[in-house]
Design a protein around this ligand. Structure first.
Ligand SMILES: *[C@@H]1O[C@H](CO)[C@@H](O)[C@H](O)[C@H]1NC(C)=O
Ligand SMILES: *[C@@H]1O[C@H](CO)[C@@H](O)[C@H](O)[C@H]1NC(C)=O
Ligand SMILES: *[C@@H]1O[C@H](CO)[C@@H](O)[C@H](O)[C@H]1NC(C)=O
Ligand SMILES: *[C@@H]1O[C@H](CO)[C@@H](O)[C@H](O)[C@H]1NC(C)=O
Ligand SMILES: *[C@@H]1O[C@H](CO)[C@@H](O)[C@H](O)[C@H]1NC(C)=O
Ligand SMILES: *[C@@H]1O[C@H](CO)[C@@H](O)[C@H](O)[C@H]1NC(C)=O
Ligand SMILES: *[C@@H]1O[C@H](CO)[C@@H](O)[C@H](O)[C@H]1NC(C)=O
Ligand SMILES: *[C@@H]1O[C@H](CO)[C@@H](O)[C@H](O)[C@H]1NC(C)=O
Ligand SMILES: *[C@@H]1O[C@H](CO)[C@@H](O)[C@H](O)[C@H]1NC(C)=O
Length: 769
């Protein structure tokens, strides 16, 4: 039934987005047109009428007319349309025309995690945040499977009166499918269709809010799914699946489709239409697990839409991307977005490998989805033949391995090797690999297990010493309390961001590896032999999974503190995040096996119970972001597009945003001294005093003035300056400093609040504006 192979499907989930601006056949393409609203002639009663009139007044020599796609009211001033080159030339001369960009295309960044986050029924963030009751979370994704048990509305109160959204009917989707949990579902495909893509019905997606892919069902149930007992993925991860904010409402805005010509796609025009509608409908928060190329912010649809959302108090969280582990691979790095990296959780999936008649047992990783008994099966290891790396493509001979378990000693993450073992139809495989933790579920499409190189050496030694090496393998083992956890996932994109490197990104880490959540039940998730297995719940990995965890936490925070701004919510998450794992060591980078840095994990791992009560926050207003854009030397036109303001001033240009983290850029100078000016806001009712302490980053000298600040009550503020001095001349090349970090901690005197911010150094990429 499928037109996508599973390897391709997972590839899409895990591998980053590179978006390509494309024009359609001939010289026709879809465009985003930004207009200066203040230039609208008085004769028009609405902007929409003005835009339509503008469009109808242009023509092509061949008589073709432009096609209007969307008019935007909140995220930008303007519209999108399918235009020819001749249309475009005329449009650009029209009064009020500000800028036109070709539509661009982005892609996906593709339950136990509440417990891992410390969420409990009777204390902490769940009761304090009213389990998210009456928070409305807008998810921009691939749609939703409304029949999933995760969207049952048992025990939910009436839909909040302020909700203005709708449940749209369409292909295999009826407006009656919404309920008190799934309160809205809409679909935006005009941009993709305008590009000539068929997204009408399977096998080309559903032209409706119904989820064809499964991803949107997964992300939305992660953020706000109702509890479902006995959820599991083929016997793994069995337990109650529950969203992070289980009483919050879900509104799905489908903007990503699996089209016939390309893989999964989201058009900028559709994504902006979804964000525009979400704001109009009245969502409180939004999560986007997708990304567009990191262009300057006015050309990035998510950055543009998120600015307007932020101004209206809507919290926006986004996936950081799956392009790690290299530096500068960050997506969604605009400072008004909360950018989420992915970490592991302390739940692991395992298989036990028993060698010979039980002389030795080693435990490896596996999610092989069958309860299959492997017993007394011969082991194969072609150690005599080095003409090809063992298990590389073409290295195995079907005759040698028939009926056997192949042992593969491999350096990397095993995609090719698992393909090769499948190709020669061996019974199964044991992979010995440094990257055993990074094996994707799709690699376990036959009875296989990934062991560490140390255990791999034991297996190898056994095979070499035995006349007739045999093995038993037991699958479907779920391990709780795995250590160390969390770790930074190998794929998680790393900072600094390329467009505003002076702001540390990602902001925080949230669970994003092997996350169990609801799935589209007719969507093949795992190939076994020649069949595809179906499941109502799926284990997925990606920063796509991390962003909905963060938005779920944000919903709890906003329910408890309705007056907090998006920046205050992010600050609470960041200054209470933890940097130690469950062995009390620093959070490790899975790629290197050594301690990560804030360039990998931001302020640390999200900690919802602590974030409820941060003591102080670093707040930021819309005007501060404008000053920041001025500081980046954005042109007046660029700033107008992002902020929708026809008038603004750059008198206060300033790159030093009041951010809860500190980035020290080392560029082109030996002795560097940086002064950061920050303002703290008390979010407690009480009088309080805080004292600064600094864990000095190596090679830097940090001083804080004043080092004691006091607050008179709720929302009282205090300023401080923090100076960082570095002498690169004495200490060696800049490269020695990348990722050096320490932190600034404000501790409440005679109190319990601890407000911590990372201080980290990096070399800035060249900033293009
Ligand atoms: C939607 O469902 C309702 C109730 O099941 C039914 O009466 C109606 O005809 C359906 N509408 C469409 C467009 O299928
Ligand atoms: C789009 O795909 C559907 C499903 O395969 C098919 O029925 C329909 O004819 C296609 N439409 C176009 C315009 O190609
Ligand atoms: C394992 O299989 C071999 C034949 O391949 C057989 O001789 C032996 O008895 C078996 N061992 C056990 C414990 O079943
Ligand atoms: C072993 O090496 C020979 C050549 O030396 C090659 O023909 C053969 O295919 C190799 N077998 C395997 C399993 O790699
Ligand atoms: C902005 O322009 C000023 C003046 O040319 C320059 O000094 C400054 O470095 C520029 N800022 C950035 C972030 O490029
Ligand atoms: C921070 O430094 C600036 C000068 O750079 C000074 O004007 C200001 O008073 C200082 N603020 C505090 C709180 O010390
Ligand atoms: C920085 O210091 C190094 C070593 O002392 C020296 O070679 C280099 O010229 C200095 N660079 C600048 C820009 O001053
Ligand atoms: C903290 O407590 C000590 C002992 O009770 C008291 O002397 C001191 O004044 C308190 N400090 C503040 C800032 O409340
Ligand atoms: C910072 O230095 C690096 C090389 O060390 C260079 O590639 C980059 O363009 C510089 N960035 C800026 C903002 O000047």
């Amino acid at each position: 039934m499928e037109c996508f192979t599973i390897s391709k499907l997972l590839f899409l989930l895990l591998v980053p987005v590179i978006s390509i601006s494309t024009c359609m056949a001939g010289d026709v393409g879809s465009y985003m047109i930004h207009m200066d609203k203040s230039a609208m002639p008085m004769t028009f009663s609405s902007h929409h009428d003005w835009y339509m009139s503008t469009l109808s007044s242009i023509s092509s020599p061949d008589g073709s007319l432009p096609t209007h796609l969307y008019t935007y009211n909140h995220v930008l001033d303007g519209f999108s349309a399918v235009l020819s080159k001749a249309h475009l030339d005329q449009l650009e001369k029209m009064p009020g025309h500000l800028a036109t960009y070709p539509d661009s295309f982005g892609r996906l960044h593709t339950t136990h995690s509440p417990k891992f986050l410390g969420l409990e029924k009777n204390s902490g963030a769940w009761p304090e945040g009213k389990v998210g009751e009456d928070m409305i979370i807008g998810i921009l994704d691939t749609g939703v499977w409304p029949e999933s048990e995760s969207f049952r509305d048992k025990g939910m109160g009436p839909v909040p009166k302020r909700w203005r959204g709708a449940c749209e009917s369409g292909v295999e989707f009826n407006s009656s499918y919404c309920n008190r949990k799934l309160i809205g579902a809409r679909s935006f495909s005009k941009g993709l269709k305008g590009r000539g893509l068929n997204v009408s019905a399977p096998p080309h997606d559903y032209d409706s809010p119904r989820d064809f892919h499964g991803h949107g069902t997964h992300t939305s149930s992660t953020a706000a799914g109702s509890p479902v007992r006995g959820a599991n993925y083929f016997g793994y991860a069995e337990g109650t699946a529950i969203g992070i904010s289980p009483k919050a409402r879900v509104a799905m805005y489908k903007v990503i489709f699996l089209s016939d010509l390309r893989d999964d796609d989201a058009a900028a025009s559709d994504t902006l239409a979804g964000m525009d509608q979400a704001i109009a409908d009245g969502v409180d928060l939004m999560s986007l697990s997708l990304g567009f190329e990191e262009t300057t912010f006015e050309q990035n649809p998510i950055a543009v839409g998120a600015f307007s959302a932020m101004e209206k108090g809507v919290f926006v969280s986004c996936s950081a991307g799956n392009s790690g582990p290299d530096a500068y691979t960050m997506f969604n790095g605009a400072p008004w977005i909360t950018t989420i990296g992915a970490g592991t959780i302390d739940r692991d999936y395992a298989a036990d490998v028993k060698l010979g008649n039980g002389i030795l047992t080693v435990r490896g990783k596996s999610v092989y989805p069958e309860n299959l008994l492997i017993s007394n099966i011969s082991l194969y290891f072609g150690y005599g033949n080095r003409s090809k790396e063992l298990c590389e493509y073409g290295a195995l001979d079907p005759e040698d391995v028939a009926g056997k378990i192949v042992f593969c000693d491999i350096p990397e993450s095993g995609g090719i090797q698992s393909y090769e073992v499948g190709r020669v139809e061996a019974t199964g495989a044991i992979f010995s690999s440094d990257s055993q933790n990074s094996f994707w579920p799709s690699y376990f499409d036959m009875p296989s297990v990934a062991v560490s190189p140390m255990d791999g050496d034991l297996v190898k030694e056994y095979i070499i010493k035995s006349q007739n090496p045999v093995v038993d393998i037991k699958f479907q083992i779920t391990v709780l309390g795995a250590k160390p956890a969390p770790q930074v996932a190998e794929f998680s994109s790393r900072g600094p961001g390329s467009r505003a490197p002076m702001i540390l990104k990602p902001d925080v880490l949230a669970p994003g590896v092997h996350i169990l959540a609801a799935w589209a039940p007719n969507r093949a998730i795992q190939p076994i032999r020649d069949e595809y297995l179906l499941s109502e719940y799926a284990l997925l990995s990606g920063t796509s999974m991390a962003s909905p965890h963060a938005v779920g936490v944000a919903a709890l925070l906003k329910a408890a503190h309705p007056d907090w701004s998006p920046a205050a919510i992010r600050s609470a998450m960041m200054t209470t995040a933890y940097m130690l794992d469950n062995t009390q060591g620093p959070i490790m980078d899975m790629t290197t096996g050594v301690a990560g840095t804030p360039l990998d994990f931001g302020a640390g791992h999200i900690n919802p119970n602590m974030a409820m009560d941060p003591g102080l926050v670093y707040d930021i207003e819309a005007q501060d972001y404008i000053n920041f854009l001025c500081g980046l030397n954005y042109t007046s036109k660029q700033i107008k597009i992002i902020t929708r303001r026809s008038k603004f001033s750059c008198d206060q240009a300033n790159l030093d945003l009041n951010y809860p983290s500190f980035m020290v850029l080392l560029n082109n100078t030996n002795t560097t001294s940086y002064t950061f000016k920050r303002v703290l806001t008390n979010v407690e009712n009480t009088y309080s005093v805080y004292q600064a302490s600094v864990k000095q980053p190596s090679g830097m000298k940090v001083t804080v003035l004043p080092s004691t600040v006091s607050f008179t009550g709720r929302y009282s503020k205090a300023e401080f300056n923090m100076t960082v001095e570095i002498n690169l001349g004495d200490a060696g090349p800049e490269s020695d400093y990348i990722g050096n970090y320490g932190y600034l901690t404000w501790r409440e005197v005679n109190g319990t609040h601890v407000v911590r911010s990372p201080i980290v150094s990096a070399v800035a990429p060249y900033i293009r504006t």
